[in-house]
Design a binder for this molecule. Structure first.
Ligand code: NAD
Ligand code: UGA
Length: 458
């Protein structure tokens, strides 16, 4: 049976792969092709060993792959055959020139636009899936419609809100799907085509339609608000440590107010991930571009508090371990930026491990899924670092353990066995507040947790 339409996704990363797998699974009438310049990634998508770890992803891909879901490096052919093109390439922070360290680097994005233009011989709908600065669709339209007007490209904004570790759940049952378009007849027609795709599984009332600029800006705003909650609670965790208030009790007390809500109030060692920092810095840069320095400073402080929280964690380890960790073995439990993912981009564990190594500690890094990425992140460190997946082995002979990712396995380890194998006095630094602190203290550990009064035997 011929397919109703050909969907193409350019960029087979954390967003492109899972998102297209979900569309293919829910819309067997569409052919979905995912392309990438990275041959290794595409080969992995076509193998039993997918390039990213995400609960439920293997099953989803296996069910649709070869039926209506395909992965390939043939980008130009893919563009020619496509009716609808999602662009899901990376948009990292610029590291050079104007806006370096703040603005989004749009080079991959623009390259894609030019490639689409060069390989199209009929009208197409282009969907911005990547997170982009507000008004990028305008630049996209200018490039695409510089063809003399023979071919018409309609640019839609359809930002992705999935979170890693729960991507499949988020895609299957999203809080909302946001689709922005130009409010012209053609724009609204194109928007309707995308609505029809999502309506195969997303209730219609959860599909929000808006103008294209609101859609672009809503994505940056959502991430800024989420990160701001983490920085707010983290800023107060320090005050709790100074006053014997308990950050979990405070979070619970305020989170029961339905106007505040109880999500994203977990104090931690800091937020990581590829997007929060880059998207906020991008928002700050955009504000400054429009001369809006006060909002720029406001959002910038969310990132600064996060950096301070990471720094504070290293300093707390240092000062509580008698002002020196030189030559001491420390087990870092968890390197991923959150549980249930192997992703380590902007993980606080990178900063903390580097901080400990600078202090000449001997660090054993442990993680069930992220050791491959950890090795890559820390490849310049020549001495003092080992990668040990088994947490018991990582903690053997250590002076301290630092929990940096909230993996479930770390909640229920045999801490008595770990304590017995460690150098005394033994320390626990719980950067995620997932352990039973009182019990650990009674076992003999000195326990330091985020936003809590230390439990120590000296
Ligand atoms: P990623 O780096 O995992 O994937 C991007 C892919 O695009 C890479 O595999 C890269 O090789 C490919 N690519 C780059 N230029 C290309 C080109 N010209 N042609 C073909 N392929 C090309 O990135 P990601 O995490 O999937 O993020 C993609 C976008 O989605 C970003 O804008 C990000 O901000 C946004 N986003 C990410 C998440 C997330 O959880 N990771 C969630 C929501 C939104
Ligand atoms: C985040 C957003 O939640 C997604 O909606 C968005 O699509 C995505 O960014 C993106 O644009 O990339 P993600 O970064 O995958 O998703 O994960 P989150 O669950 O948001 O966690 C981000 C960081 O904040 C993690 O390091 C997490 O441990 C930390 N966090 C989160 C806390 O420290 N406390 C909390 O209460 C919540």
């Amino acid at each position: 049976m011929p397919f109703k339409k050909n969907i193409l996704c350019i960029g087979a990363g954390y967003v492109g792969g899972p998102t297209m797998a979900m569309i293919a699974a829910k819309c067997p009438q569409y052919k979905v092709l995912v392309v990438d310049i990275n041959h290794k990634r595409i080969n992995e998508w076509n193998s039993d060993n997918l390039p990213i770890y995400e609960p439920g992803l293997d099953e989803l891909v296996k069910a649709a792959r070869g039926r209506n879901l395909f992965f390939s490096n043939e980008i130009e052919k893919g563009i020619r055959d496509a009716d609808i093109i999602f662009v899901s390439v990376n948009t990292p922070t610029k590291t050079f020139g104007q806006g370096s360290g703040m603005a989004a680097d749009l080079q991959y994005w623009e390259k894609t636009a030019r490639q689409i233009l060069a390989n199209s011989d009929r009208d197409k709908i282009i969907v911005e899936k990547s997170t982009l600065p507000v008004r990028t669709a305008k630049a996209m339209e200018r490039i695409l419609n510089s063809n003399g007007g023979n071919i018409k490209f309609e640019v839609l904004s359809n930002p992705e809100f999935l979170a890693e570790g729960s991507a499949i759940k988020d895609l299957e049952n999203p809080d909302r799907v946001l689709i922005g378009s130009r409010e012209t007849e053609e724009g609204i027609r194109a928007r309707k085509e995308l609505v029809d795709i999502y309506a195969n599984w997303v209730p219609r009332e959860k599909i929000i339609e808006s103008n294209v600029w609101s859609s672009e800006l809503s994505k940056l705003t959502a991430n800024a608000f989420l990160a701001q909650r983490v920085s707010s609670i983290n800023s107060l965790s320090a005050l709790c440590e100074a006053t014997e208030a308990d950050i979990e009790e405070v979070a619970y007390a305020i989170g029961t107010d339905s106007r505040i809500g109880n999500k994203f109030l977990k104090a931690s060692v800091g937020f990581g991930g590829s997007c929060f920092k880059k998207d906020i810095l991008n928002l700050v840069y955009i504000c400054r571009t429009y001369g809006l320095n006060e909002p720029a400073d406001y959002w910038d402080s969310v990132v600064r508090i996060n950096e301070w929280q990471e720094r504070r964690f290293v300093l707390s380890m240092l000062s509580n371990m008698f002002n020196t960790v030189a030559g001491k073995k420390i087990a870092v439990l968890g390197f991923a930026f959150k549980a249930n993912t192997g992703d380590t981009r902007e993980s606080p564990a990178i900063y903390i491990t580097r901080g400990l190594i600078e202090e000449r500690a001997l660090v054993n890094v442990s993680d069930p899924k992220a050791l491959g990425n950890a090795r890559e992140d820390l490849k310049d460190i020549r001495e003092g670092l080992e990668y040990i997946e088994d947490p018991y082995k990582a903690a053997e002979g250590a002076h301290a353990i630092a929990v940096l990712t909230e993996w479930d396995i770390y909640r229920n380890l045999d801490y008595k066995k770990i304590f017995d194998s460690m150098v005394k006095p033994a320390f626990v630094f719980d950067g995620r507040n997932i352990l039973n602190h009182r019990k650990l203290f009674e076992m003999g550990f000195n326990v330091f947790a985020i936003g809590k009064t230390p439990l120590k035997h000296f």
